[in-house]
Design a protein around this ligand. Structure first.
Ligand code: AMP
Ligand code: MN
Ligand code: MN
Ligand code: MN
Length: 295
């Protein structure tokens, strides 16, 4: 693309990463879409963890509200001993390869939650799994966020961030190792479903620069095309660092709040920084929507 800014591509308020109650967000898919519209979002992707169960409801609401919407997902991947997240955008959420792959990733969550609960029991926190389940609207998707909310609600810790720092990150008592999908599987499912793959919040991984370079080498070799340059989880400095990486590697750039809920997210849905103007936005792949391309 020669000059995306001239076509007004960059000017749109696109938010291509957020969560509903189908994973660990606080809002139902319908409520999330309505909030996005109130915040001025013009193009939205719902990207629940390992799950596309909220896409149909979100798409229906988006249609009724007159906002452009693409189906998305955030897939959990194991890479170099770390969990990383790959976002799929504009996927056919009914595609069997994607659906089966996601079902396989989700199937490990139950046993993991059980092991987390046992690990917490060992430090005197009883029956955390039942507590976490009360916060998980989708029984197939118990996340660490649900454990964190339970520990806050039961007075163990003052807020979710503190629970993570003390209990739920590697090296802390409630953390258990888990094998998620491989990077190649996740990118492969997204591509099979016709979507674009993006590395989510790349500044958040505990990887050396060499490991991060290898992550992007393998991601691109598998057909991954985008990176979240703007993320609710990035500082401005981190945003600039990954803008540089996008330029160097010729990756498409995404803009993503990673909104989970009012009290847990720094950035509200649709309220991210703009992308640096020289980068090609990932939504050039699916915006404007086909039906508006009349003349
Ligand atoms: P899981 O997929 O079960 O490992 O849970 C990961 C989710 O936990 C992330 O998507 C966030 O919603 C949340 N999370 C991870 N790390 C933190 C943190 N340090 N503070 C707050 N929430 C976190
Ligand atoms: Mn989450
Ligand atoms: Mn994530
Ligand atoms: Mn996320």
């Amino acid at each position: 693309m020669s000059d995306p800014s001239a076509s007004g591509l960059r000017a749109i308020n696109a938010d291509l990463h957020c969560h509903s109650t189908v994973s660990d967000g606080w809002l139902e898919p319908e409520e999330l879409v309505r909030r996005a519209v109130e915040n001025g979002v013009e193009l939205l992707a719902l990207t629940d963890h390992d799950e596309v169960g909220g896409v149909d409801a979100a798409a229906r609401t988006a249609r009724a509200q007159g906002v452009a919407f693409v189906a998305g997902v955030e897939i959990s991947v194991s890479f170099a001993g770390e969990t990383i997240h790959i976002v799929g955008l504009d996927v056919d959420h009914r595609h069997p390869a994607l659906r089966d792959g996601l079902a396989q990733v989700r199937s490990g969550r139950d046993a993991r939650a059980q092991r987390m609960s046992e690990a917490l029991e060992a430090v005197g926190i009883r029956d955390a799994l039942s507590g976490a389940r009360r916060f998980a609207r989708n029984p197939d998707l118990v996340s660490r966020a649900h454990f964190a909310r339970h520990l806050v609600a039961s007075g163990v810790m003052p807020d979710v961030k503190t629970v993570f720092d003390h209990y739920l990150v590697r090296g802390k008592p409630g953390f258990v190792e888990h094998e998620w999908a491989t990077l190649e599987e996740a990118v492969g499912w997204i591509r099979a479903a016709g979507g674009v793959a993006a590395v989510a919040h790349p500044a958040r991984y505990r990887l050396s620069s060499a490991q991060l370079a290898l992550l992007f080498d393998r991601f691109m070799a598998a057909g991954g095309e985008a990176v979240e340059v703007v993320s609710g989880a990035h500082t401005e400095e981190e945003m600039l660092r990954f803008a540089h990486l996008a330029r160097q590697r010729g990756l498409l750039a995404s803009r993503a709040s990673d909104f989970h809920g009012e009290n847990e997210s720094v950035v509200d849905v649709g309220c991210c920084r703009p992308l640096p103007p020289d980068l090609e936005p990932v939504w050039s792949r699916f915006w404007p929507p086909a039906q508006t391309l009349t003349n």
